[in-house]
Design a protein around this ligand. Structure first.
Ligand code: ZN
Length: 431
């Protein structure tokens, strides 16, 4: 059924702070076929939705998410390694696979109901991400467009070793993992050049460099030969240097940038992806909630400071900055992409409209999907959200979707079950 969404105020996703008032958007199949003044007649045969007083925007794009988790803080995610190992073993078993697939399915559907129409994921168990993407592509499951890497790749003892990453110290074997992921038909490659907050051993040094330049180059080289872009978990300046000098395309999380790193970004065309959603609560909420020890707390503060300072410097120098939630981390739920957008406006000194542009067309450009999605334009895929309040005035408007459309499929009443306790904790960060 073709749709006519009429009398909408449109934020089109381009870098503008103007709304286009009282418009009709015509959608045929998956595609936006026309955007016209609402005073013009709607052709026959269209299902009409009157959006008077409502705001129509491109669907949100999340550039960094792990699809298996709910975001509830737990000992497993806080690094208690015995239970992590048991979880991985279970996920890879014949019995575990349908369980993990069921979790991933639930979380991507939740994300869709919360307005996320595209996710680039960042490492999951046992190719559950690939299977879920394929179900969505085949029309067996209504979900966001997924770009998936399969398991992440890193060195022995690297970030994700024992959980969502496969490991080796041999560059050839690491490159072989790229081929293995390719045989499962992944969309991109995820590596972990540095460690993370939870695996840091030294105060003041989160993101210790783990992968060598040779290892990084071997993986990126093979990935590029096969036409993949490479995202790297990178939480220190030293790690960014290793990553960018050896072929990484997107720096995930990021850190402080000096002039040399700015030049490296400019030379390589790489993007800087911030994930404020896990970093901010870990650094700012009481440890009774986050369950962090002193070392992790200290390093969390280093990470959030570096992420914000680095991204600001990147934007000043014309380096693309994108947004991802790092869903599945402690306190990062599948439905809180809106918070990532709101944090970006609040803590990075950008306008609401620029934050929205970044979460839509900006993010689409970084992963090469801007011809397909990310904006409300004729010829683009109909990935749309409708909210009751003006998000240019207040990004809290995105907290609750009125309607969602993904690839031309209309969700009349999106519904998300939220964890009231997590809502309360996270809301305290916005005050
Ligand atoms: Zn991640």
């Amino acid at each position: 059924m073709p749709y006519a969404l009429t009398h909408a105020a449109i934020f089109d996703g381009t870098n503008t702070d103007e709304l286009r008032l009282d418009q009709t958007v015509l959608i045929d199949g998956e595609t936006i076929t026309s955007i016209q003044d609402a005073s013009l007649p709607i052709p026959e045969g269209y299902e009409i939705h009157d959006l008077t007083g409502k705001f129509l925007l491109p669907g949100l794009i999340n550039l960094h998410a792990h699809l298996f988790g709910t975001g509830k803080p737990s000992k497993t995610l806080a690094g208690e390694s015995g239970s992590q190992k048991r979880m991985v073993h279970f996920a890879n078993s014949r019995l575990g696979r349908p369980v993990i697939d069921g979790m991933v399915k639930k979380h991507v559907q939740t994300a869709l109901h919360a307005g996320v129409t595209t996710i680039r994921s960042s490492g999951d168990f046992a190719y559950s991400d690939v299977r879920t993407r394929d179900k969505i592509r085949a029309g067996k499951l209504l979900g966001p467009r997924l770009l998936v890497p399969g398991p992440a790749i890193t060195c022995v003892g690297g970030h994700g070793d024992g959980t969502f990453a496969v490991t080796s110290n041999d560059p050839k074997e690491l490159a072989g993992y790229v081929d293995r992921n390719a045989s499962h038909k992944v969309d991109c490659i995820k590596i972990c050049v540095t460690g993370g907050v939870m695996d840091a051993k030294v105060k003041g040094e989160p993101g210790e460099v783990k992968m060598t330049p040779e290892q990084t180059k071997a993986v990126c080289g093979r990935a590029h030969e096969l036409g993949y872009h490479v995202a790297s978990h990178t939480e220190s300046s030293k790690g960014i240097k290793v990553a960018l000098e050896n072929g990484v395309d997107t720096i995930e999380h990021g850190s402080f940038l000096d002039e040399e790193l700015v030049e490296l970004f400019q030379k390589t065309g790489a993007a800087f992806i911030v994930t404020t959603s896990p970093a901010l609560p870990l650094a700012k909420l009481p440890t009774s909630i986050t369950m962090l020890n002193d070392l992790c707390l200290y390093n969390s503060e280093v990470v959030i400071d570096g992420m914000i300072a680095g991204a600001k410097k990147a934007m000043e120098n014309g380096i693309p900055v994108g947004l991802g939630t790092d869903e599945s981390c402690p306190l990062v739920t599948p439905y809180d992409m809106w918070r990532e957008v709101a944090y970006f406006a609040k803590f990075y000194g950008v306008s609401n409209s620029y934050a929205l542009h970044t979460a839509t067309l900006g993010n689409a450009k970084i992963i090469g999907l801007d011809a397909e999605t990310g904006s409300v334009e004729e010829g683009k895929c109909a990935d749309l959200i409708v909210v009751d309040e003006n998000p240019l005035e207040n990004l809290e408007a995105l907290r609750q979707m009125r309607h969602v459309m993904v690839r031309g499929h209309w969700l009349e009443t999106p519904a998300v079950e939220k964890n009231a306790q997590i809502e309360e904790w996270l809301d305290s960060l916005m005050k």
